[in-house]
Ligand binder design. Structure first.
Ligand SMILES: [Zn+2]
Length: 473
């Protein structure tokens, strides 16, 4: 078996992946906060870790992939208020949209997709364990404005709970920051109730304008963001999970805090390797709703087709930033078309032995810190070699199928869609109309065909039908 190496952010280097349990790999990646449709940037970790799972399975490992959904969060309350809908309704709607948008990519679903709202018991127990071990404390005063009109001290005495950052000697070991350079990003919220500005919220007492809350020993409220991942990861994969993944924007504070919570509560590391993907950048900045340079995933998939979007997302090394532009997507689309057309010149069956080194180069590239650009270059080399293989006889497609399957792109080898008879009839009628120089009728028939999902391209060899769904062309 190949040695698989991955970059570990905590170690700051590429190191061999050594499974906690021989033959089994657990991956936990942080998923989206569901307050609007997801954008292309959110799709990158989804695709990277889904394909990493496929590759590790190809290498004979049993892989469990968990990607959570954060469905309780400040951003959801804010967006729901702006839209005038209950926050739970918005979160449920956007969770369904996230599933539909990522399904459309065709790279499969994670094995588990836990929701914060359905993990409350485990979250509350986790916070209690941190309080019991003195790593967390209940704020001395209730939050201002909690639970209604009488305000300042909270009607039912609901309290915030904070993590005591300086109680974890390992704090900072993931993000390699000095403790003085750490800002939890919680602003002034709760600052007067913290023992130390470094501390972060584990539980937030219910505020008057929040329409969901859960009971806890500290009164009604809801969890902070970081604790849900420690609880979910442990519940589904245990501690010292093999790979913890997510975008590089999560290293601090989110992942630093997840790691601290697990060390403090369990005395062990949350993850053996921390693997982070780079951001997608539009106009040189991270794609983010706050920056206003968003490309909604559904729009990009609709325009370029799912295979081109996956191809684009793996066109750069996962750790590097990836720039978003029409040109980059068009290049990915051209690459997809080239592979599909090459596939059609192959026969179904075993590939020539002489091409095995190129197939191996593909898998070796993925084993070397999941180097997808190098893997794609191996596919291109394989295609070029296959075109000249076997003295001009058709080469078998087995290697190509095996490689594309790991990239979630095996559909490129599917047979072209055959147009149904009624579509062919319309094409014949259009040819008639064109023969009569009745261009108005011909255009009408073209529009009718488009409505049925087919474009007509007029070439030297006569009309050619092309399915409008860019992935079935
Ligand atoms: Zn997380």
């Amino acid at each position: 078996m190949r040695e698989i190496r991955l970059h570990d952010t905590a170690a700051g280097k590429v190191a061999p992946l050594v499974a906690r349990e021989p033959g089994r790999i657990g991956i936990y990646a942080c998923g989206p906060t569901v307050y609007s449709r997801i954008h292309l940037g959110n799709a990158r970790p989804y695709v990277v870790f889904s394909l990493m799972k496929r590759f590790l399975e190809h290498e004979g490992l049993a892989v469990t992939l968990v990607i959570n959904v954060t469905d309780v969060n400040d951003k959801i309350y804010t967006a729901a208020r702006a839209a005038g809908v209950p926050s739970a309704e918005l979160a449920a709607e956007m969770t369904a949209a996230y599933v539909a948008d990522t399904d459309a990519l065709g790279v499969g679903r994670p094995d588990h997709e836990p929701l914060a709202s359905e993990t409350m018991d485990a979250i509350v127990a986790y916070i209690q364990a941190l309080i019991d071990s003195d790593h967390a404390y209940v704020a001395a005063h209730a939050s201002n404005g909690a639970n209604g009109a009488d305000g300042a001290d909270g009607a039912d005495g609901a309290r915030d709970v904070f993590f005591r950052v300086r109680s974890d000697p390992g704090y900072g070991s993931l993000s390699h920051r000095h403790i003085e350079d750490m800002d939890q990003g919680e602003g002034v919220e709760g600052s007067e109730r913290k023992e130390d500005p470094l501390d972060f919220a584990l539980w937030k007492a219910r505020k008057a304008d929040e329409d969901t809350c859960w009971p806890s020993p500290w009164g009604d409220g809801r969890p902070g963001w970081h604790i849900e991942c420690s609880a979910m990861a442990e519940g589904l994969l245990g501690t010292e999970i093999d790979i913890h993944g997510g975008g590089s924007d999560l290293v601090f504070p989110h992942h630093e805090n997840e790691a601290a919570q697990t060390r403090a509560a369990r005395g062990s590391e949350l993850a053996r390797a921390w693997v982070h993907n780079g951001m997608i950048q539009a106009t040189g900045e991270k794609m983010a709703k706050s920056v206003g340079n968003i490309a909604p995933l559904a729009d990009v998939v609709e325009r370029y087709g799912p295979s081109a979007v996956v191809m684009y997302l793996i066109s750069g090394h996962y750790r590097q930033p990836l720039s978003y532009s029409q040109k980059a997507l068009e290049q990915a689309q051209a690459n997809v078309t080239r592979i599909r057309e090459a596939g059609r010149r192959l026969s179904r069956g075993p590939s020539p032995v002489a091409l095995e080194p190129l197939r191996d180069r593909f898998f070796d590239a993925l084993a070397d810190d999941f180097n997808t650009p190098e893997a794609l270059s191996a596919i291109n080399a394989w295609i070029r070699a296959a075109a000249g293989a076997d003295n001009g006889l058709e080469a078998g497609d087995e290697h190509l199928r095996e490689m594309l399957d790991v990239l979630g792109l095996a559909q490129l080898l599917a047979a072209p869609v055959q147009a149904p008879p009624e579509v062919n009839e319309l094409v014949a009628k259009r040819e008639d109309a064109r023969g009569r120089r009745d261009f108005a009728a011909a255009d009408g028939l073209r529009a009718q065909l488009a409505q049925l999902g087919w474009d007509v391209r007029d070439g030297a060899a006569g009309p050619e039908l092309v399915a409008r769904d860019p992935d079935r062309a």
